[in-house]
Design a protein around this ligand. Structure first.
Ligand SMILES: Cc1cc2nc3c(=O)[nH]c(=O)nc-3n(C[C@H](O)[C@H](O)[C@H](O)COP(=O)(O)OP(=O)(O)OC[C@H]3O[C@@H](n4cnc5c(N)ncnc54)[C@H](O)[C@@H]3O)c2cc1C
Ligand code: FES
Length: 424
């Protein structure tokens, strides 16, 4: 295997070596992935390790052309005011924005980043961790999906989409979208955002495409004027499938207070290791102290198990934040075939819901003021209580069991089955 050349100085290389060896000592034979190479997992002798380090260095250099590994500190970016929190009465209606794709970046074999610019040139302020609802005209109808913003606050507007086998929208994005394509986005939406206090220690667990909002938060946190520790545990099936691997490598090298631990589920199984990451293992690796805010984005089972393990270790529930990448709404239930009468009690309006129309669509069409944001059942901004009548809601959605029991539905994903009165 040829050793790649590197232009890093001797001092930079020795600093890099020292940090790798510290990580190595503290983790024994299972050296966590750091700085872009699976050092200690695939390598055996010192020669192999040296080659792996040099490979990692050269990757990082490609990522940061013209900048040293320990180059100037990133500039601090002012935090824009984000939209209101999920449950607030003041949640603003979603802003509809026409955007143009100005770049398509192939992150892995099945993940692309769409870099967007607004057609009217106005910036779209967002909080790191939020998402946009993307509206694509596919086969004669508008299909909406949420995709998280994958750049730090104040950066480019960009979302990263992982292609899912048989996926309507992710397949459309992968095969049909090119530079110059124009479409509409709603939002930004979501309350998967960091605390304002820059001194708060942060820990992140991401799996698969769950890294998308997480990298935005990590880069935003690193731009803050703070040295609070940041820890990332990132699970992917294998290194080539890990989205943003080299970007994370660069960040880990540039920022000593950022620790990145990678878990390859396929490699671990192949090596006879324990297989998929468990909640206990994730909680151990997150190593959250009493003041740490932990952010989880991945499969529901892993998030639930990790949250339970963290809670058992004494971390308060309000410091454990989750983002669920719910599958798109499915119309699994029988929808009304004819028009239905909808009464909005607080607005004192009675409207007619057309067949196939949601309560939100029917209300907005008649000028009723209703809050909404994602429109795909993922944010609960459109939560309303049913006072009377029968309503069916697309599943799955983000309503909790308590909210369902209290008679709440999501107006964006709900259909009146007969004459219905809504508390809105
Ligand atoms: C708040 C939020 C943020 C999101 N951010 C991102 C993001 O940054 N990047 C990203 O790639 N995706 C993200 N998603 C998921 C995304 O919105 C879509 O659900 C996903 O791309 C699948 O849409 P599709 O039309 O391709 O698949 P569909 O045609 O809707 O579904 C095809 C098949 O895939 C399954 N499926 C649907 N969604 C998922 C999923 N997320 N994981 C596994 N299987 C699924 C379905 O059950 C179905 O069997 C986010 C979702 C939410 C709610
Ligand atoms: S608008 Fe987000 S759940 Fe309805």
């Amino acid at each position: 295997m040829p050793v790649p050349t590197s232009t890093f100085s001797t001092r930079q290389r020795s600093q890099f070596w020292r940090r790798l060896q510290i990580v190595d000592c503290s983790h024994g034979v299972r050296l966590p992935w750091r700085c872009g190479a699976r050092i200690g997992v695939e390598t055996t002798g010192i020669e192999d390790r040296m080659r792996a380090v040099m490979t990692a260095l050269s990757r990082v250099e490609q990522r940061l052309p013209g900048r040293g590994m320990f180059g100037p500190a990133p500039i601090t970016i002012a935090r824009p005011n984000g939209p209101a929190k999920r449950w607030s009465r003041g949640t603003p209606a979603a802003t509809s924005t026409r955007v143009r794709v100005v770049s398509v970046v192939h992150e892995t074999a099945d993940a692309v980043t769409l870099v967007l610019q607004t057609v009217d040139g106005r910036p779209v302020p967002y909080r790191a961790g939020q998402y946009l609802t993307h509206c694509f005209p596919i086969d004669g109808s508008v299909v909406k999906r949420a995709y998280s913003i994958s750049e730090p606050e104040g950066g480019r507007l960009a979302c990263t989409v992982k292609c899912i086998e048989g996926g309507v929208v992710s397949g459309f994005v992968a095969s049909r979208i090119a530079i110059g394509y124009e479409y509409t986005v709603l939002g930004p939406s979501g309350d998967f955002v960091m605390p304002e206090d820059p001194r708060a220690p942060l820990a992140f667990l991401a799996a698969g495409s769950g890294i998308t909002p997480v990298i935005s938060m990590i880069e935003t946190a690193l731009h803050r004027d703070t040295v609070a520790p940041i820890r990332l545990v990132y699970a992917a099936r294998s290194e080539p499938e890990a989205i943003f691997a080299s970007r994370l490598a660069a960040l880990a090298i540039q920022n000593p207070h950022l620790s990145v631990f990678m878990e390859w589920s396929r490699s671990r199984s192949a090596g006879g290791a324990p297989g998929r990451l468990t909640g206990e293992q994730a909680a151990n690796s997150l190593s959250a102290g009493a003041a740490t805010h932990v952010f989880l984005c991945g499969p529901t089972a892993l998030m639930d198990a990790t949250a339970t393990a963290l809670h058992d270790r004494g971390l308060p529930a309000q410091q454990i934040h989750r983002e669920r990448f719910y599958p798109a709404p499915r119309h699994t239930q029988h929808l009304p075939a004819g028009p239905q009468t909808l009464r909005f009690a607080s607005s004192n309006a009675t409207v007619s819901q057309r067949p196939g129309e949601t309560i939100l669509d029917a209300g907005l069409r008649h000028g009723v003021r209703l809050d909404f944001s994602c429109t795909v059942g993922g944010c609960a901004a459109c939560k309303v209580r049913v006072l009377d009548g029968n309503v069916t809601v697309d599943e799955p959605n983000c309503l909790t069991a308590e909210e369902r029991a209290d008679g709440f539905v999501l107006a964006c994903s709900a259909y009146a089955l007969d004459s219905t009165t809504i508390d809105a």
